[in-house]
Ligand binder design. Structure first.
Ligand code: SF4
Length: 345
């Protein structure tokens, strides 16, 4: 009970309309010009926000911008995107990685267009029923589209509050923060801008390394800056090393056999050669060793031994693909395999 009370007191004392005013003033002067930031009255607002929110998950702004432009040039409305099929969206998404996002984006656009008459549902719970839309995205969309007083808690926002209060992220009740904001904690009617301003502030000023305290609009009241006992941040996620054997059937026509039945969960549903976890050094002598190489995906470092076999016979679930193919969807993971195998010809 005491803890809960002290939490609320700290928050309401330290976080107030002054904080929102300062951050919004900074945002008005310093925000980046990003293509999905359209005017509040723009009919494209929902489409642009939905598209950018899916693309920005685990991907940097500078990587997303060209993809966002490519998508909106080809499909300029939510409705036109909703009418395409999975292969079309995956092809357009090619190279952006985490392809599940593309499938979920497409499924979400179809639901919004068909079941909600092209409008975003207006409650958090309904938005969270869209495929794999979690608290962060649902809060962001609710704020952006309906200007609701909410906060989208991503890594940047967590860090800003953590530093400002000089409290470890794990000790801050962010759910409580959102519910206090519903009761006007930050006292602003620019809720949509405030959500974005907090994220932008974390990305540009209160950065993970070397926060720009000397030019920060909050430096007079920031507990982290003033404290002699500054909180420490957890080190970056550990990189995990995974060892795989990849077995490629190839033929003299410069083709490679691919199947969707592989063992790597994050590449499920993609056409790939046979991929197996490397459990021992033993490999059937029918397979010839081609190369060892590394491939990094997110916090995984893949150590790969690549094998090949010339063969005209392939198992049932496989199909032949040209090593020069550019018509099919080829994730960068597969492209690397293609490049390695092409050296045999
Ligand atoms: S003063 Fe420094 S640590 Fe505090 S909020 Fe600003 S940038 Fe972050």
């Amino acid at each position: 009970m005491y803890e809960r009370l002290s939490f609320i007191i700290i928050f309401t004392m330290h976080l107030s309309s002054t904080l929102s005013k300062k951050i919004l003033a900074w945002y008005d002067n310093s925000k980046r010009n990003l293509p999905w930031r359209v005017s509040k009255k723009s009919p494209k607002k929902l489409y642009y926000r939905l598209l950018s929110e899916f693309m920005l998950q685990q991907t940097q702004v500078k990587t997303v911008i060209p993809y966002f432009k490519k998508f909106t040039k080809k499909y300029n409305t939510l409705e036109s995107l909703s009418r395409i099929n999975e292969n079309q969206i995956l092809k357009l998404w090619e190279g952006l990685g985490y392809y599940r996002r593309a499938r979920n984006l497409l499924a979400s656009t179809k639901i919004i267009v068909k079941e909600y008459n092209s409008k975003l549902p207006n409650t958090l719970n309904e938005i969270k029923r869209l495929p794999e839309v979690g608290d962060y995205t649902a809060n962001a969309l609710l704020g952006f589209i309906y200007n609701k007083p909410t906060i989208a808690i991503d890594g940047n926002v967590k860090r800003v509050f953590s530093r400002y209060l000089n409290k470890k992220e794990s000790k801050i009740n962010f759910e409580k923060l959102i519910s206090l904001n519903k009761k006007n904690l930050f006292n602003t009617n620019r809720n949509s801008d405030f959500i974005e301003a907090l994220m932008e502030f974390g990305a540009l000023i209160c950065k993970p390394k070397d926060p720009k305290c000397s030019i920060c609009c909050l430096n007079k009241s920031c507990s982290y800056l003033r404290s002699s006992k500054k909180i420490k941040f957890n080190k970056r996620k550990k990189i995990k090393i995974m060892n795989y054997n990849i077995f490629c059937y190839i033929n003299k026509k410069k083709q490679i056999a691919l199947t969707k039945e592989n063992e790597i969960s994050f590449l499920k549903n993609f056409n790939l050669p046979l991929i197996k976890l490397m459990k021992s050094n033993y490999v059937n002598k029918d397979w010839k060793f081609l190369k060892n190489y590394k491939n990094s995906i997110s916090n995984l470092n893949l150590n790969i031994n690549l094998y090949y076999k010339f063969s005209n016979k392939i198992p049932k679930s496989y199909n032949w693909y040209s090593l020069n193919s550019n018509k099919e969807l080829i994730p960068s993971f597969t492209k690397k395999i293609f490049n390695q195998v092409s050296t045999l010809f």
